[in-house]
Design a protein. Structure first.
Length: 457
């Protein structure tokens, strides 16, 4: 009788940084997690050194951004329909392709490390499949370039694969910009990682304390030189992480209010859709340092988002009402900010998963919601008061369309220009007086804001 052969099985030893990246990517894609919230938590729990944390961050965010392109490449090589592939396999292949095509990882190492990760999270048979697909893709390195150069491919499909954006988003950008070269620039910048923008809350910290390059024209912004959680002011919640566009929105609404404020006038303020709290924190602290006699309330109906607001604004100043029902609120206001729920198309470089989560169908729910929130704010606004409507989206239906609709339904709403000594003329939107920021041009999220004044009669 022959002796039994020793087992050749070897326990998987995946790279810890890649394990973190896989856990984040799969939770974002399968369970609706947010990368900017989940990844810092996973890194904090890990024992990764700074270099490996940076690797995991680049791998996670890059994979999420470019997975539309990677899915196309996977579909070309798989003998099974893409929709039938195991979800773990899909995310593993995406991670592997990002290392091969976009990171400083040798091809052989990218494949072997991804296969090792696959053995750990999906098993031997699926690891074999991952290995085969990655090697097949590597044998045809010009597939993407060939597809992009094919004159028979429709322009939208070509841009969708080249820049890894859904076609409906590309169309929405063109509706606003009207220039395909600008659209290409915007799509390209969405795929470029950007250092965090920090905000020094007035009266609690300064840009000098934070250090780094000032983020002009914000009076409070700084470009982060390192991980935000290494700044004492952020740990102690005297400063925050906030895109320059959001800082400018709060700053310009405040500045416009100042230009119209009567001497010795006390004002009441409401941030109607306050979560997660960045704009509320900046507005509140600007008021505390210049007009402490003003009253300020931050409203956020979703409990977990209200908890986030409470980290940066005193809990006593937080309400949790549905802004569509003004009768729920304790009183009316002189200044109301409606930073409305939207498609988020203006923040795709910072929220890479957002491009895959929204569709044209979402507009059917968002447009009526935005309209109803404007109506609720109108009813809560005192005569002569200011209503700022803002979105983190340049979509024409969420910006121009809502401004025109609000003016049609509320005849006494007067559009007040943001450009009479407040904002630079270069920020002007399609409707004169409104502000439209663009990521490729301004280095911000593509924020929109329009400010109305309610008639006194």
């Amino acid at each position: 009788m022959s002796k039994p052969q020793p087992s050749t099985f070897r326990k998987p030893k995946p790279s810890p940084a890649r394990v973190v990246a896989f856990e984040c990517v799969t939770n974002v894609n399968r369970d609706g997690a947010y990368a900017n919230i989940l990844l810092p938590q996973l890194l904090e729990k890990s024992a990764l050194e700074e270099r490996d944390r940076a690797f995991a961050t680049e791998l996670t965010y890059g994979t999420l951004r470019m997975q539309g392109q990677y899915d196309w490449a996977i579909a070309q090589q798989s003998d099974r329909p893409f929709a039938e592939l195991d979800s773990k396999v899909v995310d593993l292949l995406r991670l592997g392709l990002h290392q091969i095509w976009a990171m400083r990882v040798p091809d052989h190492a990218a494949v072997s490390e991804t296969v090792e990760l696959a053995r750990h999270v999906a098993g031997e048979s699926k690891a074999t499949f991952v290995n085969a697909i990655l090697r097949n893709i590597m044998r045809n390195p010009d597939a993407i370039a060939t597809f992009i150069a094919d004159p028979s491919v429709p322009d939208l499909d070509r841009l969708a694969i080249e820049f890894s954006h859904p076609t409906w988003i590309i169309s929405a950008f063109h509706d606003q910009l009207g220039d395909w070269s600008r659209v290409r620039e915007l799509l390209a910048i969405d795929n470029v990682a950007v250092a965090p923008h920090l905000v020094a809350w007035p009266g609690k910290s300064t840009i000098a304390e934070l250090g780094g390059d000032p983020l002009l024209p914000s009076r409070f912004g700084v470009l982060s030189e390192r991980s935000p959680l290494t700044y004492p002011a952020i740990i102690e919640r005297r400063a925050g992480v906030q895109d320059l566009g959001s800082q400018l929105l709060a700053q310009y609404f405040f500045d416009l209010s100042e230009s119209l404020r009567k001497s010795h006038e006390d004002l009441s303020w409401l941030d109607m859709c306050a979560g997660p709290g960045g704009k509320s924190a900046l507005l509140y602290n600007m008021l505390e340092t210049t007009h402490p006699e003003d009253s300020f309330l931050a409203n956020e109906p979703t409990p977990h988002r209200a908890d986030l607001v409470a980290r940066v604004v005193p809990r006593a100043k937080i309400l949790s009402f549905d802004g569509r029902y003004p009768d729920l609120f304790p009183h009316t206001f002189d200044r109301i900010l409606v930073d409305a729920p939207c498609t988020g198309l203006g923040a795709l470089r910072r929220r890479p998963e957002a491009r895959w989560r929204k569709s044209l169908g979402d507009l059917k729910e968002l447009i009526p919601l935005q309209r109803d929130l404007i109506d609720g704010a109108y009813d809560l606004l005192n005569p002569g008061g200011l209503l700022a409507y803002a979105t983190c989206s340049p979509h024409i239906a969420e910006t121009v369309g809502q401004v025109l609709d609000a003016q049609y339904r509320h005849k006494d709403l007067e559009l007040i220009s943001l450009f009479n000594g407040v904002a630079p003329e270069t920020y002007q939107g399609k409707i004169p007086g409104t502000m439209q920021l663009w990521t490729d041009r301004d280095g911000t999220d593509s924020m929109f804001m329009a400010v109305f004044r309610k008639g006194k009669s």
